[in-house]
Design a protein around this ligand. Structure first.
Ligand code: LLP
Length: 444
């Protein structure tokens, strides 16, 4: 049996190792995060609700900046974005990866410095590019050949925009096939193996409106092993050396994307950013020395590893059903606020909170309220055998790709996001209401 599996099985339902560092056990089975009892959050803001620990977000930003003092740490906004999040990221000195005019405008309106923004996207609309140029984003990452002339034309003859080229280094990594982006069998980037990356780079270098600052790659998400990053570095440095040989251009920047994996359950493997930094810097320096290149300035784009462990999803149990050996615990949210189990088979560790139970733990499936059998939040988890309607269930590591991927399925309404810090809870994003739905539905 593997060590992580052993640790998980022996961890039990009261293990708080994947929760925010501020988490504390209170009397009577209560749990607090950021000094605020989760039961109080549920009472004040209703359920389902997302709780975000500001201190955990800031702590993770600081940990990244300490691990990568010479690099640009660029937070991937797609993991979770709100005006408060933009402010925290700005105050902690990180950059911001945006991938639509929507994310860009929100960050801009919240006062984020545009030169620290990077625009991504495999299919950027004219509106995306125009917004990026109007606001003045620091970098646009070219993802397809047709974009090159479009960006150059929109920049105009007098302007000059910094760009990078997204390269597919041919490295397979990531927690699920739907989030592996390092090989040619997916839609992102320009292939190193078939020469389309080299071709695009030559075209960018030929456009006076575009300034190529470096290369980018993002090989996947929820990666828990350092090795794929090291292989990517070698291949990217090899390409930089070939660019120098054929064009006489030494590129000053290398962006290795994000993808750093986190533990969703006690005992799950996770990527250690400090160990990653140490190995990356050593391998980058060695590869550059062999290639006769100066060491480029590194950028990394963590999303999940900053936001994920800072969030907790809170649900109220609506129904409990015992069918044969199975206990189904149905809560007031589900795949509309967390599509990750259905999409990627993601596994979570829910916990009863707000009540002490003396009942023996039993194997349970926590399901949502939506009209699909695949609407599961967590299966094969241990919950007290007397779990009942009205109980509060908290799911840790809910801060990334849940709020941002939430949908209006069944018109249930997306949950609010509540920040907790220093014993204070405040609403960041309000609950979506029936009025919101009715206001959009204009075609009676
Ligand atoms: N940079 C680029 C260009 C990306 O496309 C992404 C994520 C990131 C950085 C940040 O990756 P992270 O550090 O968060 O792994 N919805 C999926 C994850 C999709 C990731 C998409 N791109 C999930 O819930 O697992």
């Amino acid at each position: 049996m593997s060590a992580p599996l052993l640790a998980r099985l022996s961890a039990g339902p009261d293990d708080l190792t994947v929760w925010p560092a501020s988490t504390a056990r209170l009397p009577q089975g209560h749990v607090s995060v950021g000094g605020v009892s989760l039961a109080d959050v549920a009472d004040c803001f209703g359920t389902p609700a997302y709780v975000v620990d500001e201190g955990e977000i800031r702590g993770r930003c600081r940990m990244y900046r300490a691990a990568f003092p010479q690099a640009d740490v660029v937070y991937a906004a797609k993991a979770f974005l709100s005006r408060a999040m933009v402010r925290w990221i700005d105050e902690e000195g990180l950059g911001l990866d945006v991938c639509s005019a929507g994310e860009l405008e929100l960050a801009h309106l919240a006062g984020f410095p545009p030169e620290r923004m990077v625009l991504h996207g495999n299919a950027k609309s004219p509106h995306d590019i125009e917004t990026a140029l109007r606001v003045g984003v620091g970098r646009i990452v070219v993802d397809s050949p047709s974009e090159i002339a479009r960006i150059a034309a929109l920049v105009g003859p007098a302007g000059r925009q910094k760009v990078m080229v997204r390269v597919v280094p041919g490295v397979s990594a990531g927690g699920h096939e739907k989030i592996r982006t390092g090989t040619d069998r997916q839609k992102f980037g320009l292939s190193l193996t078939d020469g389309s990356a080299q071709h695009a780079i030559a075209r960018v270098l030929g456009q006076s409106q575009l300034q190529l600052t470096g290369l980018h790659c993002h090989i996947g998400s929820q990666i828990t092993d350092i090795k794929p990053y090291l292989v990517s570095v070698r291949r990217m440095v090899g390409l930089m050396a070939r660019i120098k040989d054929s064009h006489g251009v030494t590129l000053p920047e290398l962006d290795l994307g994000g993808g750093h994996g986190v533990a969703y359950r006690p005992g799950d493997p996770a990527l250690d950013p400090t160990a990653l930094a140490r190995r990356l810097n050593a391998d980058l320096a060695a590869s550059c020395a062999v290639a006769g290149l100066p060491v480029p300035r590194l950028a990394i784009e963590p999303g999940r590893a900053i936001a994920g462990p800072a969030g907790v999803a809170l649900y109220r149990v609506l129904a409990v059903k015992h069918t044969g050996p199975n206990m189904f615990v149905a809560v007031d949210g589900g795949m509309s606020d967390n599509p990750r189990p259905a999409l990627y088979g993601a596994r979570y560790a829910p916990r009863l909170t707000g009540r002490v139970s003396g009942a023996e733990p039993v194997t349970a499936m926590v399901v949502g309220r939506h009209c699909e059998a695949g609407d599961v939040i967590a299966s094969d988890v241990l919950l007290p055998g007397d779990t009942r309607s009205g109980d509060l269930i908290a799911v840790p590591v809910a801060g990334a790709y849940q709020v941002s991927m939430a949908s209006a399925y069944n018109l249930v309404g997306r949950p609010p996001v509540v920040a907790v810090h220093g014993g204070v809870a405040r609403l960041l994003i309000r609950r979506e209401t029936q009025e919101d739905f009715q206001r959009r539905d204009v075609g009676a």
